[in-house]
Structure formats: structure tokens, C-alpha cells
Write a protein that binds this ligand. Structure first.
Ligand code: ADP
Length: 491
């Protein structure tokens, strides 16, 4: 069996540039695949942070004209990652995050910025870079979605394609009038092509045209086929269900390792959980919480958006405080939710501590110092923070949706009796469910032995990339002639 060559196409990649879980996956999967005898190269836009991190970047192709300017494909390394970088200063040499101006508005030319990514990925699938011929192109989310369209509507043999949905709510919709400017032919604007509710849909193109679709948990894979949670794609996804698969994410267990975490006051493992007390105290001080060792600290590490259900948590603050818990919040996003948390911190000094912004160190300190981690999401494709929490012995309290449902074993009577529970689950999107979950969490916390068991079970869970990487390899092999058969024989 020859070694598989995969081109991953992503608009963010950890640790170079990250706004969410997509970056974590794009950064971790290539490294996990090395153990499986596959090579994954990653194509990313040449944002300033990427250009800076690129070591010994070598031009492997120049492109005289790409949507209004010249561009180059560079090959090089950034830390452990093997990258192709699309250096197109007219599209990517800008401040701010990958999608928005520093003032928070979408860049007006986002259609072209990410069409360029897809166009070059497709061209690389057809030999744009001499000596590099991928067996599979694996695209992530809407930003890389047009890859499948450029391959489908272009001429010549093409590699197999896999499209991964990290979050169906970001769809990349642009006016149909841009079709020609995006260098797509008129016949692309149909239901069987890129057309989506009268517009050009980047994610639609991927979901319609990729050979396989994956999403990041089995439960989310079923949720997105239902009208109430399919965000307009449920019909298409039901039709393509035989090609749709849910593969859970892992986390980088070197980056997230409580036994070797430079951001923690004290490192620890499952046998030395008592050492978490020092981290808890450090966290309480850092966020202005009363340094009470026996008070349950509930942590939150999140983007502040409607999806994450934090308004429901704020509505339930009286319950949380009534149960004598403290709240430690790290979040970035929605100013309205920020204002509500800020007001709560002012009203309950020493009991609610908040920090707004993106802060890796504090994210680790909350995982290493909180007793419980709250994830009250309305929907959650996979969720990574609950996996980090498992690994750090912070007991996850999660809504029963998507990957949260798939990764946390609820402390119901049977699971407690069998000694397998790892957290608390509740019905998503309801005040009542969350209130009950908070009360149950306080009750579980009051029984030190049960709580320790929850922590230890969580820390024993395999949250690494090992199993997910094997599932992706299996999927790629199904798509590459000769490989699936060889795999069956080997099994
Ligand atoms: P999403 O991708 O929807 O934002 P995930 O749970 O899949 O949610 O991934 C979130 C990732 O981003 C986790 O690695 C988490 O630790 C990190 N993160 C989220 N918000 C912050 C923040 N404000 N500061 C630091 N890290 C954050």
C-alpha cells in the first residue's frame, strides 16, 4: 500500500492563526496522520502571522494574476507543520482576524479572498506545483468550499475530495452576480452546483460536490439532517447521507497536558489531584474571586456568541450563586453578553470573575483550576473545551447536543452505579435543564468521593487524535483506488 498524500485546505491553522476549533483540527490532524503513514500538507492563506511563522519558505509556483493581483505558492515549515502558503498580499496582507477588519466588519472582498484559496487548491489537485500530486483534497468549512466547484467545473482528472463541516452556521453566501468574476461558468449556478437560495454558496458547493462530507461528531451528523437544526442544508444532507460521516475531534494532548503545562501554577496528574488546589487559588486571585478552597469554581472558556447559550447561563446566575458557586469567565465576542457578564461581576464581587479577550494562558488556567467547566451551548458540532476539561479534571457540565452528547457520560444513576460517569448533561436551550444541572453539580461536588471519581474517569478518557486520525485514514482510503481493498485485506 503506497503512502497517501493529502492536501488539507484551511483558512486557519493552530498555532499560527486561530479563531476557533477549526484551527485546532487543521493544526493537529496532519501531525496525527504521521503515525498512520500518510502525508498531509496544508494550504493556508498568507496572512501576516502565517508569513512571519513560515521558515525557509520557498517559491514553488508563481501566479501572475489571481483575482486582481499576483500571487505565489510558497512551501515551507512552521514549527512541526508542512505548509503550502498562498502568498497574495492584495488579498491577505491585512491586519485583524482572517475574516474581519480591525473594526469587526467582514472584509468586503471575502468572496475573492477565499475563492482564491479554493482556486489554487483545485489547481494544485491538477498539478500546479510540480512534484506534488495529492490523492485527496480535504477542505475545511466554507472558506475552502469552492475547491470542489473549481475541480468539478474545470477540465481534467481530479483527486478525490472530502469536505468537513466544523460549523454549519457559517455558510459563505455571496451574490449570484459575482459568478463570472469568481471565474465560475454559468452552468455552475444551479442546484447541482454552487447555487444556494439564489446566491452563491461556498459551503453549499462543498456539500453538493465533494466525494465525502464529514462533520465533527456523530450526533451533529444526524442533527444537521433535521429541518430544525439543518440550517437550510438538511434536505441536501439527507440526500447525501450515505456520503456523510461524523468523526469526533481530538485535542493535542501535548499542548493540553496538566502534567506538563507551563501556564499552570502547579502541574499534576490523575493521582495527584490534590495539587489542583494551588491552581484553583491562583485562578481565584487572577480573576478577583474570593480565595475559598471549598467553594465550587465553575469555569467558562468560550467565544461569546448566541450558539454558546451564555444568555441562558446568565438567566440562571441566581441558581448558580444560590448553590454557592463561583464563576470564572474567559470569553471574546458579543458586546451585549460581555456587558451582562461585566454587570454580574460588579454586582457579585468575589463571586463572579471575568476576563474578555483571547488568552491561551488563562484558558489553560481555567481548565487546571476550576472544579467544573460549563458548556451550555444551543448547538455544538464537536466542542473542544469539554475535551480539555476531561483531560484537566474539571468536570464538564454540558448541554446534550452534538459532540457534547457524544463525549461526556452523564452522571445519571446508572452511570454513577457503574462508575463510568464523566460529567453532567442537560437538555439544551432550556432554563430548567440548566438550573437542574447546576443543582445536581453542586450535589455531586458535595460528595468528595463521587467528585474525585468523575474527575478520574474524565482524565482516563482518550481525547487524543489517535482514533480520529485512524477514522480519517480509513475514509481517505475508501476514496483512493487500490487503497480500500488493500486495507480490507490487511484487516
Ligand atoms: P468554537 O470552535 O465554536 O469556538 P470549540 O470548543 O470547538 O468552539 O473550540 C474552541 C477553542 O478555542 C478551544 O481550544 C478553546 O480553548 C479556545 N478558546 C475559545 N475562546 C477562547 C478565549 N477567549 N481565549 C482563549 N482560548 C479560547
Amino acid at each position: 500500500m503506497s503512502q497517501l498524500k493529502i492536501l488539507s485546505v484551511a483558512s486557519e491553522v493552530y498555532p499560527l492563526i486561530k479563531t476557533g476549533g477549526l484551527a485546532d483540527v487543521a493544526g493537529a490532524l496532519p501531525l496525527a496522520l504521521r503515525a498512520e503513514d500518510a502525508t498531509m500538507m496544508t494550504l493556508v492563506p498568507g496572512y501576516p502571522a502565517v508569513m512571519e511563522a513560515l521558515e525557509a519558505g520557498e517559491e514553488v509556483r508563481s501566479i501572475p494574476l489571481l483575482f486582481g493581483g499576483s500571487a505565489r505558492v510558497l512551501a515551507g515549515k512552521a514549527g512541526a507543520l508542512d505548509l503550502f502558503v498562498l502568498d497574495a498580499p492584495h488579498l491577505y496582507d491585512r491586519p485583524g482576524n482572517p475574516y474581519m477588519t480591525p473594526k469587526g466588519a467582514d472584509w468586503p472582498d471575502n468572496a475573492f479572498r477565499f475563492a482564491a484559496l479554493g482556486k489554487i487548491a483545485a489547481a494544485m489537485g491538477r498539478g500546479l506545483v510540480a512534484g506534488f500530486a495529492p490523492d485527496v483534497i480535504h477542505t475545511h468549512d466554507w472558506q475552502a468550499g469552492l475547491t470542489a466547484a473549481y475541480l468539478h467545473f474545470g477540465a481534467g482528472a481530479r483527486p478525490a475530495t472530502v469536505a468537513t463541516i466544523h460549523n454549519l452556521s457559517y455558510q459563505g453566501q455571496f451574490p449570484a452576480t459575482l459568478l463570472g468574476a469568481l471565474e465560475l461558468p454559468p452552468e455552475a449556478l444551479t442546484f447541482n452546483g454552487v447555487e444556494h437560495y439564489g446566491a452563491i454558496g461556498f459551503l453549499k458547493a462543498a456539500l453538493q460536490l465533494a466525494d465525502r462530507i464529514t462533520t465533527v461528531s456523530p450526533t451533529y451528523a444526524t442533527e444537521i439532517q433535521r429541518p430544525e437544526t439543518g440550517m437550510g442544508f438538511d434536505g441536501l444532507l439527507r440526500e447525501r447521507a450515505p456520503r456523510l460521516r461524523g468523526i469526533l475531534n481530538g485535542i493535542d494532548t501535548d499542548v493540553w497536558n496538566p502534567a506538563d503545562d507551563p501556564w499552570l501554577a502547579v502541574t499534576y496528574d490523575a493521582r495527584g489531584l490534590y495539587a489542583r488546589a494551588a491552581n484553583k487559588e491562583a485562578l481565584q486571585r487572577a480573576l478577583g474571586l474570593n480565595p475559598e478552597p471549598n467553594t465550587l469554581v465553575a469555569g467558562i472558556v468560550t467565544r461569546l456568541s448566541w450558539q454558546k447559550g451564555l444568555d441562558l447561563l446568565l438567566d440562571n446566575l441566581p441558581v448558580l450563586l444560590g448553590e454557592k458557586m463561583q464563576l470564572a469567565v474567559l470569553g471574546e465576542g458579543d458586546p451585549e453578553i460581555q456587558a451582562r457578564f461585566r454587570a454580574a461581576a460588579r454586582s457579585f464581587p468575589g463571586r463572579v470573575g471575568v476576563f474578555f479577550g483571547y488568552d491561551e494562558a488563562l484558558a489553560h488556567q481555567i481548565q487546571g483550576g476550576s472544579d467544573a467547566l460549563l458548556v451550555p451551548s444551543r448547538f455544538e458540532p464537536c466542542g473542544l473545551t469539554q475535551l480539555c476539561a476531561l483531560r484537566y479534571g474539571a468536570v464538564p457540565v454540558v448541554s446534550r447536543v452534538g459532540g457534547l452528547a457524544d463525549t461526556i457520560i452523564d452522571a445519571n444513576e446508572m452511570a454513577l452505579a457503574a462508575g463510568v460517569a464523566t460529567g453532567v448533561q442537560f437538555a439544551a436551550g432550556t432554563d430548567d435543564g440548566l438550573a437542574l444541572a447546576l443543582r445536581k453539580t453542586a450535589w455531586l461536588f458535595s460528595d468528595k468521593e463521587t467528585w474525585r471519581r468523575l474527575q478520574r474517569n474524565g482524565m482516563a478518557a482518550d481525547v487524543s487524535w489517535r482514533n480520529p486520525a485512524r477514522r480519517y485514514i480509513q475514509l481517505y482510503r475508501e476514496l483512493v483506488p487500490g487503497q480500500a481493498l488493500a486495507m480490507d485485506t490487511a484487516a
